[in-house]
Design a protein around this ligand. Structure first.
Ligand code: ADP
Ligand code: MG
Length: 682
């Protein structure tokens, strides 16, 4: 009998090299394998012809591989694999991006089932229909893999679909019953199937109905567990003490009058919501959302001012050194007419003295993560402001708590990512949200254009004109593998781009910015860009958040098709920061139909919330919250756009906690506390 905690090496036909490959997918144990859910299912009961392929429609075909190739041109940083497929109705090209190992698992002359989507593709001005990244399975009569509905898994080099299916099948068959965490009462009420049956039917469904039941059950379970963790956290927070910050009306009025501009109505409302929250003796947990340039910093500044006047410190954390420096400068200016002393702490900059921070004399401290790591002793933190961090700073607060007094600081998270309500709810239970909806007046809308490969020369000519007028440009390049571990990727990409641009813009100065540069170097380059010494700044997405250079009016995004819409929108927000007309040029190489549709959305809409919703629908949630990079992907099967089930799970979680029933289900309680720990909800 297999146990859930056994390592996968116990499975039949699983060699050490397979184990290594599985580890790369995050699979160590039999449990991990069973919870490695299919990313899709292939219904092989309906096989069509190549001539039936239509754009944007999913299809299964049975075809012979005539030829396999990996053309290099024109995708410079994308690895393409192409296969020419043929059946008695005709032929079609199947295309995969960045899956070079496909070459080794497909064989010329052999017949396979392919399942994928038709896609219109423009090649040298001609539209052709191709099959976009299909999954495939060799045709054999006796195999279990091709009967009815078969699961399709995300693979990695060294493992085939067949192998992973075989191992999962074994694991399911050799397993004693898996504990069902959901209370029987709840299962009956909602008509949910048992956990073991659900697992069985998720991997190897007998039919569509059983598959749907399995999905329903596991989706609910996943959402329910997270909602339990969130709701518990919310209850805990309600009972924790935080310093009540007294509302100082005259101080606020004086501050607002000292500003060189009038606050927008939503800035006023947000400030009021925050000041109300922090006047209470329990922790505030508020997210301040606002487009780039909507003026979040001054709202945070106002709150920090109040906190200081009550005798507490405020800490503001930024994701990068550049941003920390910018916030420091902004806050210093804002507080110029006050007694408030501001300090800056990053790995490469220290302005202000540590002893004054420890003594409590310095009331406003701006820094990066380094601030948390270097064991700075604070005196009495009343407010933590976290700018642009995923998971809204919960983890950051957990770390700071130790350094401050017994009271828990209030938490204000700020983000320019418009997070749809459903997402915030799914990711955080009930987070309080303030939204800055309007941009301060006097800004011109950025003109956005989609530039196809043939339009490149004209675009460069236009950029040159603007540069000659004295404007500056950002040019952003994507990374093929945005792994935080491999920073050389960004260096390579920017260096290549600079080399190319030197021949196009020989008369201008080009600088580059990527993750491998040190704080000092980055600051130097940003300073040179700000002062106009650098005309063109080539960068990876490290400039994505917050950078503010009013004279930069051109944003070029290379391989725009590789970015999420929300991210494109955010990058676009780097320009249009003054009353000058700005332009955002999306250079797209692969003008497939869905790609064009997505990019047109950015061209046509300047509403970040709308774009986020579209992104959520088209690409899933990971891209919006950057969960892939943050390493925290809570949901395997639930969809974050599934408002109905999220609400249901929330309702049932609250009900269970209300009756204090969780203690009657020790396995469930243990699982929930695991999740809380993972999500830093403790
Ligand atoms: P973000 O929300 O992107 O962090 P910032 O706080 O950096 O935006 O503000 C962007 C710019 O707008 C800053 O230069 C700031 O001084 C200015 N600003 C903020 N609020 C207003 C306002 N109500 N009217 C005019 N300008 C404002
Ligand atoms: Mg900002």
């Amino acid at each position: 009998m297999l146990k859930l905690d056994d390592t996968v090496s116990k499975l039949h036909l699983l060699k050490p090299e397979h184990e290594q490959a599985l580890n790369k997918l995050g699979i160590q144990t039999v449990r991990d394998l069973l919870y490695y859910f299919p990313r899709d299912w292939q219904d092989l009961s309906e096989i069509k012809k190549i001539s039936d392929i239509r754009p944007a429609e999913r299809i299964n075909i049975r075809a012979r591989v005539k030829q396999i190739s990996s053309p290099g041109f024109p995708f410079r940083r994308v690895k393409i694999t192409e296969a020419l497929l043929e059946d008695d109705s005709g032929n079609v090209v199947a295309v995969w991006f960045n899956q070079p190992y496909i070459k080794n698992s497909l064989h010329t002359g052999k017949e396979y089932y392919f399942s994928g989507k038709g896609q219109l593709y423009q090649k040298r001005g001609r539209h052709t229909l191709q099959l976009a990244h299909p999954t495939f399975e060799m045709v054999k009569t006796e195999t279990i893999h091709t009967a009815g509905i078969i699961p399709v898994y995300q693979l990695t080099e060294g493992i085939t679909e067949k192998q992973i299916r075989y191992w999962i099948k074994q694991a399911l068959e050799g397993l004693s019953d898996v504990t069902d965490l959901l209370p029987q009462k709840l299962r009956t009420k909602l008509g949910l199937v048992g956990h073991s049956a659900a697992l069985q039917n998720l991997h190897f469904p007998q039919n569509e109905i059983l598959l749907a039941q399995a999905k329903k059950r596991l989706t609910f379970e996943e959402l329910f567990l997270f909602q339990l963790a969130f709701q518990l956290y919310k209850k805990t927070l309600k009972n924790l003490p935080s310093p009540p910050i007294t509302f100082n009306n005259s101080l606020v009025s004086k501050f607002v009058e000292s500003l060189p501009f009038k606050l927008t109505p939503s800035q006023r409302l947000a400030a009021w919501e925050i000041l109300r929250d922090i006047s209470r003796p329990h922790p505030m947990n508020r997210l301040l959302e606002g487009e780039v340039g909507s003026g979040k910093t001054v709202v945070a500044g106002l709150s920090m001012l109040e906190v200081a006047s009550s005798g507490y410190q405020s800490v503001m954390l930024a994701p990068t050194e550049i941003l920390a420096l910018q916030h420091y400068e902004t806050l210093k200016n804002l507080f110029a007419h006050t007694e408030i002393e501001t300090a800056l702490l990053t790995r490469s900059h220290k302005i202000g003295s540590l002893s004054k921070i420890t003594s409590g004399h310095t009331k406003v401290i701006v820094g990066t993560h380094a601030l948390l790591q270097e064991k700075v002793i604070f005196n009495n933190i009343g407010l933590l402001v976290v700018d642009e961090q995923h998971r809204f700073g919960v983890k950051q607060r957990a770390k700071l708590q130790n350094t401050s007094a017994d009271a828990v600081p209030h938490l204000l998270s700020m983000t320019a990512t418009p997070i749809p309500r459903t997402l915030a709810l799914a990711f955080y239970g009930d987070l309080d949200i303030s939204i800055l909806r309007e941009l301060p007046r006097g800004r011109k809308k950025t003109i956005t254009k989609l530039v196809k490969p043939e339009g490149r020369d004209i675009a460069y000519k236009f950029i040159k004109q603007e540069l000659k007028k004295g404007q500056q440009a950002y040019i952003v390049v994507p990374l093929v593998d945005p792994s935080p571990l491999d920073k050389s990727e960004g260096q390579k990409a920017t260096t290549e781009e600079v080399k190319k641009l030197r021949t196009i813009f020989p008369e201008f100065t080009i600088g580059m910015l990527h993750g491998r540069l040190h704080g000092e170097e980055k600051k130097q380059i940003m300073d040179d860009f700000k002062s106009g010494k650098i005309n063109i700044l080539v960068s990876t997405t490290v400039i994505e958040v917050g950078v503010d250079v009013g004279n930069a009016t051109i944003m070029v995004i290379e391989n725009a098709e590789r970015f999420g819409l929300a991210q494109l929108h955010q990058l676009r927000g780097r320009v249009g920061r003054s009353n000058l007309q700005s332009y955002c040029l999306l250079f797209a190489e692969n003008a497939g139909e869905t790609t064009r549709e997505r990019l047109e959305a950015v061209v046509n809409s300047t509403d970040g919330f709308e774009l986020a919703e579209i992104d959520l629908r088209l690409r899933g949630s990971g891209e919006i919250l950057g969960t892939r990079q943050s390493g925290f992907i809570p949901f395997k099967i639930a969809s974050l756009s599934d408002t109905k089930n999220i609400e249901l799970a929330k309702k049932e979680a609250i009900a269970l906690l209300e009756n204090d029933d969780l203690k009657n289900y020790p396995d469930l309680a243990a699982k929930v506390s695991d999740i809380s720990r993972q999500a830093h909800l403790e």
